[in-house]
Design a protein around this ligand. Structure first.
Ligand code: CTP
Ligand code: MG
Length: 172
């Protein structure tokens, strides 16, 4: 049970880092270049920037590489060092692709950038991260349910902390 828990938390960790780090490392030019979609709302919005995308992926991949060095193989689904490097990168790229997909969907529903949407803020990044790493680890139903609950919980908690630290303007 403990091994199950530690393995899945260690596995997903780079995706969390990738998703959270743009709050600090992001900003600047928006990925959509300020353009609107067919519905007159922004494609992704001002909160999705190139800097956040690039540094978010880098931060997640670097943390994944550190974990590949320090975490024993029996807590890494028996993956080789190289596979774990690749998985760390793919989890991070997936997290930020999913984050973009979530913002794209929020804009289509008319939510403004930064406006809270309980599930679209949290589940797309997790889903894409897991999809991108399917070749390395196919999660069980129990793992997916656990990660969904953990992610929603962590998201609420970390955004509240970022708000209290004045890193974010709103507590979600
Ligand atoms: N961020 C960024 N680039 C990204 C993702 C995030 O620069 N690709 C930064 C932005 O400063 C953003 C902050 O991280 O405001 C928080 O990210 P998030 O909550 O995902 O974006 P929101 O501003 O809430 O916008 P949205 O409504 O699209 O989720
Ligand atoms: Mg947000």
């Amino acid at each position: 049970m403990l091994e199950w828990l530690l393995s899945i938390i260690v596995f997903i960790f780079p995706a969390y880092v990738a998703n959270a780090s743009p709050v600090i490392l992001g900003g600047g030019a928006p990925i959509d270049g300020g353009r609107n979609a067919w519905d007159g709302n922004r494609v992704f919005g001002k909160g999705k920037t190139w800097r956040g995308l690039i540094f978010g992926i880098l931060a997640g991949a670097i943390v994944g590489a550190i974990l590949a060095f320090v975490v024993p193989a029996d807590l890494a689904y028996g993956l080789s060092f190289n596979s774990r490097l690749a998985a760390g990168f793919l989890l991070s790229a997936g997290a930020l692709a999913g984050d973009l997909a979530g913002s794209f969907t929020k804009r289509r529903f008319g939510y403004k950038s930064g406006q809270s949407s309980m599930l679209l803020d949290q589940l797309p990044f997790l889903a894409f991260a897991l999809l991108f790493t399917l070749p390395f680890h196919t999660p069980t139903v129990e793992e997916v349910v656990f990660l969904a609950l953990l992610t929603v919980g962590m998201h609420v908690l970390t955004n509240r902390i970022a708000f209290l630290l004045r890193l974010k303007k709103v507590p979600w």
